[in-house]
Design a binder for this molecule. Structure first.
Ligand code: URA
Length: 209
C-alpha cells in the first residue's frame, strides 16, 4: 500500500526490539519510547514545508531554510498517545498539541468520544495523529474522522506497532491518510492485543500494571 511507511532504520528497529522485551522496566520503556519518537518524528516530517531565511554566519550572509513548527499539530489519542509527545516535541518544540479521548462502548463496541481539544485555526495546520498501537484500528479511524471535521491542511497517522487488521481498517476508512509505523506485526489475539507486540502500551508507559 502506497500510504504505509514502515520505518526500517536500524536504530528504530533496535530500540523497538528492546522495548518489546517483557523485562524492560517502566523507566527503560519510557526512555526508549522517547528516543523512538524523536527518530520517527524525523521520518514523518520529511515533507514538511520549509521557508528560506536570510541569516549571517560568523563568516558571511547566507540563505538558510526553516520550518514553521507552529503549523504542526500532534494529536494524541489518550492515554498511550501521550507517551509519544515528549520525544516529538523535543525535535519540533513549536508544535501544537491536541488530545482525543475515546472509549469503547461495551454494547456497540463503537468508539465514543469523551474528550476532544485541538488548537484553533486548524485549516492552516498539518496534523499528525499519534498512538503507539494500531490494533483493531477503531480508535484511529474514529479519531481521524473527528479531526477531519476541522479540515486541517493534511493528516498523517503515526504509531510504533501496527496489526495487519488495523492497517486494513485505517486504509479502508481513510485511504488518503498516510500511516507511519516501526513495524507491522503478525496478528491480533482474541483480546485485541497485537502479537508478538509489546503488551499494553499504556500500562508499560505509565507503570500501571
Ligand atoms: N493496545 C495496546 O496497548 N497493546 C496492544 O497490543 C493492542 C492495543
Amino acid at each position: 500500500m502506497r500510504q504505509v511507511h514502515v520505518i526500517t532504520h536500524p536504530l528504530v528497529q533496535h530500540k523497538l526490539t528492546l522495548m518489546r522485551k517483557k523485562d524492560a522496566s517502566t523507566s527503560t520503556f519510557r526512555r526508549l519510547l522517547n528516543e523512538l519518537s524523536m527518530l520517527m518524528a524525523y521520518e514523518v516530517t520529511r515533507d514538511m514545508p520549509t521557508q528560506p531565511i536570510e541569516i549571517e554566519t560568523p563568516l558571511e550572509p547566507m540563505t538558510g531554510s526553516v520550518i514553521d513548527g507552529k503549523k504542526l499539530v500532534l494529536a494524541s489519542i489518550l492515554r498511550a498517545g501521550t507517551g509519544i509527545l515528549d520525544g516529538m516535541l523535543t525535535v519540533v518544540p513549536g508544535a501544537r498539541v491536541g488530545h482525543i479521548g475515546l472509549y469503547r462502548d461495551p454494547a456497540t463496541l463503537q468508539a465514543v468520544e469523551y474528550y476532544f481539544k485541538m488548537p484553533d485555526l486548524m485549516q492552516e495546520r498539518d496534523v499528525i495523529v499519534v498512538d503507539p498501537m494500531l490494533a483493531t484500528g477503531h480508535s484511529a479511524v474514529a479519531a481521524i474522522a473527528r479531526v477531519k471535521t476541522l479540515q486541517p491542511r493534511s493528516i498523517k497517522f503515526l504509531c510504533l506497532l501496527a496489526a495487519p487488521e488495523g492497517v486494513a481498517a485505517l486504509h479502508a476508512a481513510h485511504p488518503d491518510v498516510p500511516l507511519f509505523t516501526a513495524a507491522i506485526d503478525r496478528e491480533l489475539n482474541d483480546h485485541g492485543y497485537i502479537l508478538p507486540g509489546l503488551g499494553d502500551a499504556g500500562d508499560r508507559i505509565f507503570g500501571t500494571q
